[in-house]
Design a protein around this ligand. Structure first.
Ligand code: NAD
Length: 470
């Protein structure tokens, strides 16, 4: 497999000018493959290729771009098994979830192909005609994380292309292989230079953020990195879409039906081993339901089959990398030391691999890190409340504001509570559902801008007002 991966710049495959680095399988802690390590000179080449491809791609018609995106969707779909296998090996999620990730990538590509760039007429009078048009920006850089690496690359690249931009992408150094293969597949449907890929970590990310030939960065990752990008991007006033961390709260109202909601809560808290930006990460449960719901969640956690995602019957994979694994262990140990109850899980699994079983923690004291920090792993802190206003205040007492949810049998009451949550998306009787037609983005420190739908597409454009005097 090691010879199979290369950078792709201007339609050509290249080895990394900085040699290679190992990509580690989190289920075995053994190397999956060597990944080419790009140099900053190769980034320059990629940006030049994208600039030159932009000269003609920006003038391609809507129909041409839609056809390209649909052909890309077909090509990705035809390679579902290959891409899913790569994802499991470097990311760790179980195969069924990796297949769902590829399926999501296909669906998002098709939906983005179907979007229109609207032209709005503001005035049509005897004096003048004023209209608003959306022009592409130029070269877009995409910087992606390791949790849903293929899907998030698609979320960045497809609207950029649909709007007439060209792209340089940089995947996470933990999970670059699926995106290298994805870009090869894309390049078979696109003119040379329209999509390019470089690799690397913080240093390359910094070089991208500062690069004067890039007009916009779309970034998904941690809040700290997002802040660095914002600072480095100021040289040429790059446009930014930043999808950052979240510490989503869910509030369970006293009239909720525990039997009906337990499975949904479990799945949306532990989706992708809890390594999903929009996972439910703090569960506030009314006193009257607390014990019953915790019992159900503990049962569901204990039913999971933890192991290597390529093996049959596995429902729960490893944490993606050693750093994250240590962070999760540390947060649970800290909560335990402070007197919290670990209802299930709570200890790393012995042997190779970053396996940490699904863990439910209750009786957490105020100020506990497991509640206040984004754990981004397979742990759910459950907090008991008796006054709903107190639960709302605690839910909002976070610097982050990605998503939130309210669970109740009374939708009107749930909506009243939901409207008081300070976050970019609020779900009722659900959580973490992202859809290609529903704009998604964070409030407060969870980000800038939105992705998906027409609103997401327009973030890849510059507004031009055309004022015609009559
Ligand atoms: P990260 O910020 O460590 O890395 C993300 C990407 O940024 C990687 O490609 C990395 O190489 C690159 N990078 C690192 N330093 C950089 C720098 N100085 N300049 C530019 N780029 C740099 O994040 P991660 O650990 O890969 O991902 C986990 C985080 O991502 C969590 O906080 C999670 O909530 C967040 N996330 C958010 C969303 C969302 O939509 N809001 C989605 C998924 C993940």
């Amino acid at each position: 497999m090691s010879d199979a991966y290369s950078l792709l710049i201007n339609g050509q495959r290249y080895a990394g000018a900085n040699g290679t680095f190992e990509v580690i399988n989190p289920a075995t802690e053994t190397p999956v493959a060597e990944c080419p390590a790009a140099s900053v000179q190769q980034l320059d080449q990629a940006v030049e290729a994208a600039q030159s491809a932009f000269e003609s791609w920006q003038h391609s018609s809507d129909d041409e771009r839609k056809a390209c995106l649909n052909a890309i969707a077909d090509r990705i779909e035809a390679h579902t098994d290959e891409l899913a296998q790569i994802i499991v090996q470097e990311q760790g999620k179980p195969l069924f979830l990796a297949q769902a990730e590829v399926g999501g990538a296909v669906a998002w590509t098709r939906h983005t192909a179907s979007l229109e760039l609207p032209v709005k007429v503001l005035e049509d009078s005897a004096e003048r005609h004023i209209s608003l048009h959306h022009k592409p920006l130029g070269v877009i850089a995409s910087i992606t994380p390791w949790n849903w690496p293929l899907m998030i690359a698609i979320w960045h690249i497809m609207p950029a292309l649909r709007a007439g931009n060209t792209v340089v992408c940089k995947p996470s150094g933990f999970t670059p292989l699926n995106t290298l293969r994805l870009i090869e597949l894309l390049s078979e449907e696109l003119p040379a230079g329209v999509v390019n890929i470089v690799t690397g970590d913080a240093e390359m990310g910094q070089a991208i953020s500062e690069h004067p030939g890039i007009q916009k960065i779309v970034f998904t990752g941690s809040t700290g990195t997002g802040q660095k990008i914002m600072q480095s991007a100021s040289g040429n006033l790059k446009r930014l879409t930043l999808e950052l961390g979240g510490n989503d709260a869910a509030i369970i109202l006293p009239d909720a039906d525990v039997d009906a909601i337990a499975e949904g809560i479990f799945q949306t808290a532990f989706l992708n081993m809890g390594q999903t930006c929009a996972c439910l990460k703090r569960l506030y449960v009314h006193d009257s339901l607390h014990d019953a719901l915790c019992d159900k969640l503990t049962d569901l956690a204990q039913q999971q089959v933890v192991g290597n995602g390529l093996q049959d019957g596995i429902t729960f994979g490893p944490v993606q990398n050693a750093m994250q694994f240590q962070k999760v262990s540390e947060l649970v140990d800290d909560a335990r030391r402070q007197g919290a109850t670990v209802r299930c899980g709570g200890e790393p699994q012995a042997g190779a691999g970053y396996f940490y079983p699904p863990t439910i923690v209750t009786d957490l004291p105020a100020g506990c890190r497991l509640v206040d920090e984004e754990q981004f792993g397979p742990v759910l802190p459950v907090i008991r409340y008796s006054d709903v206003n107190d639960a709302i205040a605690q839910a909002n007492a976070s610097a982050e504001g990605l998503g939130g949810s309210v669970w109740s049998s009374d939708i009107t009451q749930a909506q009243k509570i939901a409207s008081q949550l300070d976050c970019g998306t609020v779900w009722i009787n659900n959580h973490a559902e992202v859809l290609p037609h529903a704009p998604f983005g964070g409030s407060k420190m969870s980000g800038v801008g939105v992705e998906f739908g027409e609103e997401g597409l327009l973030e890849y454009t510059q507004l031009q007002t055309v004022n015609i005097r009559r």
